[in-house]
Design a protein around this ligand. Structure first.
Ligand code: UDP
Ligand code: MG
Length: 140
């Protein structure tokens, strides 16, 4: 089993879509290995998205991610990173396929409901960013 980090972003939490989105993860075969609700500071949001700090949308992204609560989940499944990204769809909901989480819940390229890791290496880094060992179900 491999792992990925999911974040239900402030737009989706604020719109009361948390339960429906978690159900999409479970119905797609993901196992919840860890879960918490957090209100990120600007510093924490900025550090999480450090890789994007030179991009024009970085300031807006940090403001958005620290604007309200997020629900953060460590998810486990075979082929977790790729399967999860398929489940959530394209970054821009206008380009997301029918049936994807972003097609259903995202309202713009910035306010796009969910985050997902983009590689196994980054999944491990991102899970470690939010969770200590004792907060995760041990899978090995
Ligand atoms: N984002 C944005 N404008 C853009 C591209 C990205 O506001 O033109 C935001 C969006 O919330 C996205 C996040 O920055 O989810 C991270 O961007 P990335 O390209 O890593 O997309 P993701 O991996 O989330 O699909
Ligand atoms: Mg990304």
């Amino acid at each position: 089993m491999s792992q990925t980090l999911a974040i239900i972003k402030p737009d989706a939490v604020g719109a009361n879509h948390t339960g429906k989105i978690i159900d999409r993860f479970l119905q797609a075969g993901f196992r919840i290995l860890g879960m918490k609700m957090v209100r990120l500071t600007k510093e924490t949001a900025g550090a999480f998205y450090e890789v994007h700090k030179e991009r024009p949308f970085y300031g807006e992204l940090v403001e958005f991610m620290s604007s309200d609560r997020c629900v953060v989940l460590a998810l486990g499944k075979e082929n977790a990173v790729a399967d999860y990204r398929q489940l959530i769809g394209a970054t821009n909901p206008a380009e997301a396929e029918d049936g994807t989480v972003r097609k259903q819940f995202a309202t713009s390229i910035g306010n796009n409901a969910v985050h997902g890791s983009d590689s196994d290496e980054n999944a491990a880094i991102e899970i470690g960013f939010f969770f200590s060992r004792s907060e995760l179900v041990q899978t090995s």
